[in-house]
Design a protein around this ligand. Structure first.
Ligand SMILES: [Zn+2]
Length: 405
């Protein structure tokens, strides 16, 4: 199905999976680095695209290299505010009306910012953009839906001495603790602070996530943190099945109470199962697909990002998104990292439409899932009104375009 990009960018959309530290404007990264006295491999956008933020990456390792630079400049309240503000506007300008921005606060503590300061700075930047945009006439008149956002706090599956400042301090506090238990303790401390900031300061912190290297760092080490999130009504989404097998998806659902799944790519990869407990791998995967589908767990699909970090996916048409559609699963298209993956929400939709079988109804359904399965910060009634407004606006834009043709 062919839909012009101009129409795709007008349609109201969501991004439920976008990392703040992977989505900076290159110009801002360069400016902030200058201010902070940080040397980048190049001080022009073109140069950085050649050296760090490449069109194609060898593997996940190379893909992740750019984050050292972006996190390097995101260590002050001003920088965090600016980056968040710009991210909101970049989304608004391509018709995205709702975003859930995720980041790992611990990565921004190198210069001594507290978790609360970090959360407030990011919320402040997003809030400023939201207020500016929602004050525009087309929003105030009710003609178009407003922009809203939520924050997803990421715990890290693992961290090491490369994470500036913080790891060393934390390690010193728990010298007797085994390495694997340190990560769980850190996640618990983080989720407690996230819940406190949500409740005491009314910050729109809506979700808790587990990010970082999957292989060797299972979600179960973070069980206490996810239990805490669960008991305090913080929604959960977990990076699972991005690099590791289907059993990581089972873990995400059952040890981390996942309400949505980040990537979920290897749900369809029986060959990736490593545990010896599973005898019939095909049957296991089939059961897992049924389990995820029946529970309507939405999968946050990031096609460009998966193509860049999974050398085994040789063509877009082979991406498991096709299987997710064939199984009628609940999916939402997301960017993952706008800068590192050189993409936008509009681009992700264009890519999906080009390579997979689409109908207007399917496009509308997928966009609707994004709004419906969001962790909207507000009452359920407010969310319903908002979702309705976004769907109505989708229909209006679509109908106008069809009239013109
Ligand atoms: Zn991600």
């Amino acid at each position: 199905m062919k839909v012009p990009k101009s129409l795709l960018s007008r349609l109201p959309k969501t991004d439920l999976h976008v990392h703040l530290d992977g989505s900076l404007r290159l110009e801002s990264l360069i400016e902030l680095a200058k201010q902070e006295g940080i040397t980048l491999p190049s001080d022009t956008p073109e140069g950085l695209k050649e050296t760090v933020f490449k069109a194609e990456y060898r593997d996940l390792g190379e893909y992740l290299q750019g984050f050292a630079y972006t996190c390097g400049v995101m260590q002050t309240i001003e920088a965090l505010h600016r980056v968040a503000y710009e991210l909101a506007w970049d989304n608004i300008q391509e018709g995205v009306r709702y975003i859930e921005v995720r980041f790992a606060p611990f990565l921004h503590t190198a210069k001594g910012l507290s978790l609360q300061q970090i959360l407030e700075a990011v919320c402040g930047g997003l809030q400023q953009a939201k207020e500016e945009y929602n004050a525009e006439e087309q929003i105030r008149s009710g003609e178009q839906p407003p922009f809203h956002f939520g924050i997803i706090v990421c715990a890290l599956r693992m961290f090491n001495e490369h994470i500036p400042g913080w790891y060393g301090n934390f390690r010193k506090m728990f010298t007797q603790t085994k390495e694997k238990d340190i990560f769980g303790l850190a996640s618990l401390e983080l989720v407690k602070e996230a819940v406190r900031c949500r409740d005491a300061l009314n910050l729109p912190i809506v979700g808790f996530d587990l990010a970082g290297q999957e292989d060797g760092y299972p979600a179960k080490h973070h069980k206490l943190a996810f239990e805490y999130a669960h008991q305090h009504f913080l929604m959960k989404t977990v990076h699972a099945g991005e690099a590791f097998g289907p059993e990581s998806i089972f873990e995400a659902i059952n040890f981390s109470y996942a309400d949505r799944l980040g990537h979920g790519y290897h749900l369809f990869s029986p060959d990736k199962i490593r545990t010896k407990k599973v005898k019939d791998k095909e049957a296991y995967v089939e059961s897992l697909i049924r389990y995820v589908s029946n529970r309507r767990l939405t999968i946050e699909v990031c096609i460009s990002s998966n193509m860049q970090t999974n050398p085994e996916i040789t063509s877009i048409a082979d991406h498991h998104f096709g299987k997710m559609l064939a199984h009628k699963m609940s999916v939402s298209l997301c960017t993952d990292n706008r800068l590192v993956s050189h993409t936008t929400v509009t681009d992700e939709y264009a890519l999906a439409l080009e390579h997979f079988e689409f109908t207007p109804k399917l496009l509308r359904d997928i966009i609707t899932y994004g709004f419906k399965r969001s962790f909207f910060f507000g009452t359920y009634l407010e969310k319903r009104v908002y979702v309705r407004q976004c769907i109505d606006y989708f229909d209006k834009v679509w109908a106008e375009e069809m009239l013109e043709e």
